[in-house]
Design a protein around this ligand. Structure first.
Ligand SMILES: NC(=O)c1ccc[n+]([C@@H]2O[C@H](COP(=O)([O-])OP(=O)(O)OC[C@H]3O[C@@H](n4cnc5c(N)ncnc54)[C@H](OP(=O)(O)O)[C@@H]3O)[C@@H](O)[C@H]2O)c1
Length: 277
């Protein structure tokens, strides 16, 4: 194995987007080994409830809650300052994110801008602030939650797909930069996971994802942590999705263009006909 070191999952771990879905499941999984967990998201009451639950699992575990809107970069920067002032941060898990299902030319710019601030800017900023002390101590871990869409393309989600390509390329490049350090950099690229993602992203065409490829957030979190522990570069949870992704990565881009073109044409026609619900 090229990277035998392990992320310090017994230290202080920051999990963004911990109020729901994959982030909440990651926090529950990490609570088994961490010394301290900091839960970040906007919905404070949910974070408080999770913090109480986690403290009940292991009395020695310290759990802190940070109710922050990561689309607000000043607030995100202030969060980073508070985190650094609170002691060593050993692991950062950039999980918070959202999608937007729409034809790009018909999308709402305020939604797109907000999505980019959370999916890309906040992830970059938190990493930029928390990484230097990890490198200085030569101990740390960074797990970014990208997506299967960080490795592929899809019409009607162009902005989201673009944001996840950014995360994937950034994380892979950073991993190479840090290859000679003891800071482990991994990313998880899940396929469909049953969370609140679709509720937030919207589903104007009522398309449903096949149940066979959909996994639970708990499954996703267990697989993500197991892969991170092994220092894997890209973790794809779920056996079926791992196979689909592996084939996808070997498939020439022209095949995707040909296969997905009808989806773009179909959705545009449906919207033009005024039946996009
Ligand atoms: N579900 C899937 O099929 C799937 C597949 C591949 C990748 N992913 C990725 O997995 C990650 C987690 O998504 P999920 O599926 O677990 O969706 P989810 O259930 O909707 O959870 C999203 C989390 O992000 C947080 N968040 C969103 N906007 C935020 C903001 N402005 N400030 C702070 N926190 C914010 C939410 O917390 P608050 O609303 O409380 O702020 C919530 O905790 C995302 O990066 C997503 O792109 C999901």
């Amino acid at each position: 194995m090229l990277r035998p070191m392990q992320p310090p999952l017994d230290g202080t771990i920051v999990v963004t987007g911990a109020s729901s879905g994959i982030g909440r499941a990651l926090a529950r999984e990490l609570a088994k080994t961490a010394r301290r967990i900091v839960l970040v998201a906007r919905r404070k009451e949910r974070l408080d409830a999770l913090a109480d639950e986690l403290r009940g699992v292991r009395s020695e575990l310290v759990v802190d809650v940070e109710a922050v809107d990561l689309a607000d970069l000043e607030a995100t920067d202030a969060l980073a300052t508070r985190l650094l002032d609170s002691g060593d941060i050993d692991v950062l898990i950039n999980n918070a994110g959202l999608g937007d299902v729409a034809l790009y030319d018909q999308s709402d710019w305020s939604r797109i801008a907000r999505m980019n601030r959370v999916n890309v800017d906040a992830l970059m900023l938190l990493t930029h602030r928390l990484l230097p002390p990890m490198v200085a101590r030569d101990r740390g871990g960074l797990l970014n939650v990208s997506s299967g869409f960080g490795l592929s393309v899809m019409p009607v989600m162009a902005a989201y797909v673009g944001s996840k390509h950014y995360v994937t390329a950034f994380t892979e490049s950073l991993r190479i930069e840090l290859a000679k350090t003891n800071v482990v950099v991994s990313q998880v690229c899940p396929g469909p996971v049953a969370t609140e993602f679709e509720e937030v992203a919207g589903n104007p065409f009522g398309m449903s994802v096949p149940a066979a490829v959909t996994i639970t957030p708990e499954h996703c979190a267990r697989s993500a942590i197991a892969g991170f522990r092994r220092g894997k570069a890209i973790i794809v949870p779920g056996a079926l999705m791992a196979v689909v992704t592996a084939f996808g990565r070997m498939t020439p881009r022209w095949v995707f263009r040909a296969a997905y073109r009808p989806i773009g044409a179909f959705t545009r026609k449906r919207l033009a006909a005024g039946s996009g619900s």
